[in-house]
Design a protein around this ligand. Structure first.
Ligand SMILES: [Zn+2]
Length: 107
């Protein structure tokens, strides 16, 4: 366990950012507060910064942007998969081979 680098051998601390049982017991053993070892993303200041920007509400369709100004959304270009082409080519070749063999037997 490495308290300075936030590493524990059970890997829970590295994965979640929340200190595991091993870490908490080690922190209490050195008389420190476990809350100081929690990852920065769980702190109140970070959460306040994340939700500080407000999304403006729209009252109805009359406030939507008109369709005329938007670019048309086209469907994606469909491509035939390569495997299917390969199978068709192989089948054609097999048919040609069979016809050639039949011709040779009769001739
Ligand atoms: Zn652990």
């Amino acid at each position: 366990m490495d308290l300075a680098n936030h590493i524990c051998s059970c890997r829970k601390w590295q994965l979640t950012g929340i200190s595991c049982n091993h870490v908490v017991s080690a922190i209490f053993a050195i008389d420190r507060m476990p809350a100081k070892f929690v990852d920065q993303c769980y702190k109140t200041t970070t959460q306040q910064a994340i939700y500080s920007h407000m999304i403006e509400p729209v009252r109805g369709p009359n406030q939507w942007t008109p369709y005329d100004t938007c670019l048309p959304i086209l469907p994606p270009v469909l491509k035939r998969p390569l495997k299917r082409l390969k199978k068709i080519k192989i089948k054609k070749l097999m048919k040609e081979m069979i016809t050639i063999k039949k011709l040779k037997r009769k001739g």
